[in-house]
Design a protein around this ligand. Structure first.
Ligand code: HXC
Length: 511
């Protein structure tokens, strides 16, 4: 065969592989690796690398040609910006990671890091290639190391679009954002068969490690959708908010619109009854540019909200208590969710807006024994450590330790505002007067009446934003309907914030 014939034969083989892949994947309701990349990238921009790399050793059995060793890697453009990607092909040896396959992934990881571009992994794999033994494991090890070395320098995104089992789950887990699809993707360290064998517990793949479980219970997945196309389009959306690396300035939207007439709703949005819930998302959606709130971890620890948005066209990260769920208390999951998001924003210079209505940390044996102290400390650490511009708006409750944690002035908040409805104190009126006025109350003839009077007095004299304003711990009590304008100005003032930390190798976050 002459060189031209080899060239032709190879192109033909690639096409045949794709046709075969389409047939097999579509039967399972899945797309091929190439189809996925075509959705991810702007049309015609994907530049493939190493399409013809051979497997590092001949598999014990194989039903088809294996050019490229079961993974497609390369670079393309997303909204005109450079992004590297790899997409595993389940139809080649179950997308398993052989040595050559692993080296291809490592190559694009290293290029992405060197060139300051995000990397996206589209994962559909049976894990380490059994036939290649330790070579396959060592390839994984290199990928993990690259994940860690790239952390905080370039965004790393994983989409699980099929199986991800065993130790193979740890590469996605080391990345910044994990996407999953319902019904067709699953992640677990040990599968249902082993769970049954070792623990005698019966569960199917979806129940053990499907998209909805990881999005709502374990928190492993940040996003879950019903189909692959939507999943990949969400990745494109996420990329539109974040910089390509930790030195790049934030992307700015070229069109800005906001709900100018709805700002006044904010003056009436906080219920008169302090025990009545409201939806913090309504406040967020009115404050930020129209339809730009992009929630992260939407289904996990819903008592805290985190996500990206645009304010006057510029990306911000939002961390907000959600009074609608568990009264907005902070528990273990909320602390970990918040801390992780804050650290991402800080690493990539995304300013933080904190919206606060928090009665405290969640009490209880379960929380204490599961480590609310250790996990709550992560949130404290993340806020104190973050040097990006941080602006807090207290909408209602800001009590005790939870007040301190949510980017209070002395943890390093740059601007701390409060609405007139804010209640800032060591604790709520009920608990406070029961402790401070214990003796008076025990002797009172009309206990209820006295409680009412003391509560009013406490609210007027202690639990209000004006005391904090007098102490300089709140910069200003602001009119809710003016919040958007004030935030735009405040973030603008902070836009040149520089903070040089004393040198250290790294802190010792209470993990
Ligand atoms: C080699 C593999 C493979 C693997 C699947 N295949 N997994 N080949 N190494 N790890 C091959 C199958 O032999 C088959 O080849 C083809 O892929 C499709 O697999 P099926 O089993 O027919 O598909 P399906 O029924 O959809 O089941 C998918 C699956 C199952 C659930 C992923 O294949 C499976 O359980 N695989 C093993 C998963 C696993 O335990 N991996 C190791 C995890 S430990 P043919 O030629 O018939 O098409 C690990 C360590 C990583 O990954 C450590 C990192 C530090």
């Amino acid at each position: 065969m002459n060189k031209n014939e080899v060239f032709e034969q190879r192109r033909k083989a690639l096409q045949e592989m794709e046709d075969n892949a389409a047939h097999r994947q579509h039967l399972k309701g899945k797309l091929t690796a190439r189809e996925r990349l075509n959705i991810l990238f702007d049309e015609g921009t994907f530049f493939e690398l190493e399409a013809f790399v051979a497997p590092s050793q001949t598999p014990m059995s194989s039903r088809q040609a294996n050019f490229g060793d079961g993974v497609i890697v390369g670079r393309g453009l997303v909204q005109g910006r450079s992004v590297f990607a790899y997409a595993q092909d389940f139809t080649v040896l179950g997308g398993s990671l052989g040595y050559a396959h692993g080296m291809k992934i490592a190559k694009v990881q290293e290029m992405a890091l060197k060139l300051g571009a995000p990397i996206v992994g589209l994962i559909d794999s049976g894990g380490a290639r059994i036939q290649e033994g330790i070579k396959s494991l060592s390839a994984y090890a290199g990928i993990f190391r690259n994940n860690v070395m790239s952390s905080g320098i370039i965004p790393q995104i994983s989409a699980i679009l099929g199986p991800a089992a065993g130790g193979a789950v740890y590469s996605p887990a080391l990345t910044d954002f994990v996407f999953m699809t319902n019904k067709t993707s699953y992640m677990f360290v040990t599968g249902p068969d082993i769970v049954k064998e070792v623990l005698n517990e019966s569960i199917d793949m979806e129940g053990l490690g499907g998209g909805s479980i990881h999005a709502s219970k374990s928190g492993v997945a940040h996003f879950v959708s019903d189909d692959e196309e939507h999943t990949i389009l969400l990745i494109r959306k996420l990329l539109s908010y974040i910089p390509s690396n930790n030195y790049e300035t934030l992307p700015v939207a070229n069109r800005i619109s906001y709900y100018s007439t709805r700002q006044e709703f904010l003056d009436k949005i906080i219920p008169d009854d302090p025990n009545r819930a409201y939806d913090m998302k309504d406040i967020i959606n009115i404050l930020v540019d129209k339809d730009t709130f992009f929630e992260v971890h939407e289904k996990f620890a819903q008592n805290i909200l985190v996500g990206f948005a645009r304010l006057n066209g510029k990306t911000i990260g939002i961390v907000a208590n959600q009074p609608k769920v568990m009264a907005g208390t902070l528990d273990i999951n909320a602390s970990v969710k918040g801390a992780r998001f804050i650290r991402y924003c800080d690493a990539f210079n995304i300013p933080l807006l904190i919206l606060e209505d928090v009665p405290g940390f969640l009490p209880g044996i379960e929380q204490e024994h599961s480590g609310i102290i250790r996990n709550g400390a992560k949130l404290v650490y993340a806020f104190c450590e973050a040097t990006v511009p941080k602006i807090t708006v207290i909408t209602r409750k800001a009590y005790g330790g939870a007040y301190i944690v949510m980017s209070s002035k002395n943890t390093g908040g740059d601007f701390n505002f409060a609405w007139p409805s804010a209640e800032i104190a060591v604790m709520g009126p009920g608990g406070a007067i029961r402790i401070v006025n214990k003796h008076e109350l025990s002797k009172a003839e009309n206990k209820e009446e006295l409680e009412k009077t003391l509560t009013e007095k406490y609210k007027n004299e202690v639990a209000n934003p004006y005391k904090a304003e007098e102490f300089g711990l709140i910069d200003e009590v602001i009119v809710p309907s003016k919040t958007r304008d004030i935030l735009i100005t405040a973030f603008d003032i902070l836009s040149n914030k520089q903070y040089v930390k004393p040198a250290r190798k790294h802190g010792s976050i209470p993990l």
